[in-house]
Write a protein that binds this ligand. Sequence first.
Ligand SMILES: C[S@@+](CC[C@H](N)C(=O)[O-])C[C@H]1O[C@@H](n2cnc3c(N)ncnc32)[C@H](O)[C@@H]1O
Length: 214
Amino acid sequence: MSDNLNYELLNQFAEVYSSKEDPLLAAVNDFTQKNHAEPHMLSGHVQGLLLKMFSLMIRPQRILEIGTFTGYSALCLAEGLTEDGCLHTIESREHTAAIAQNFFDQSPIGHKIKLHTGLAADIIPQLDETWDMVFIDADKTGYINYFELVLPKVRKNGFIFADNIFFHGEALKENAKGKSGKAVKEFNNYINNRTDIEKVVLTVRDGLYLIRKR
Ligand SMILES: C[S@@+](CC[C@H](N)C(=O)[O-])C[C@H]1O[C@@H](n2cnc3c(N)ncnc32)[C@H](O)[C@@H]1O
């Protein structure tokens, strides 16, 4: 790679050469940047478009999202749902869930999004669905548990996406520090060692695992 082609430049290029951000998504992003203490948790423009494109390719009937935050990624993923499709999304914090619901109510596809407030580990087993697509993006220490809870309910050839698998670079280190960095590293090794799934690492943003159930 040339000296001039650095990561920041690549990200800037991706921002400029990708379709413009939808106005409602821009409003979610703007609100989150101004009002939330951890705005970096939001998927953002380029990853959001990528999630939307994957969803449009898969045309899922049922999507499960674990970790709603302010609703950005749910609105992106819901774009690819079939006419009768539904996206279930889980958020533990009531205040954050209320913000997301407010944005869902402003979207023409908001009626396809069902928001559950509570802990993912409690809610996932209550959902009697077969998933075409799952997006794991909540507390990193729960990733392996969420994967094991959802895999039996993912259809054959269905997909699981897991976000932040670099965990700001920490999960790539030999001696990862912090409980989240260590948990993500453990999750990555766990996924990599499984032979019953096909997986690919996408080096977009903070790292995205794309997993297919065989
Ligand atoms: C990284 S953010 C999600 C970002 C969102 N998917 C997006 O791309 O815009 C993680 C969210 O998961 C929520 N969360 C954390 N632990 C959770 C749990 N055990 N169950 C459900 N939600 C949880 C947090 O409150 C936070 O809003």
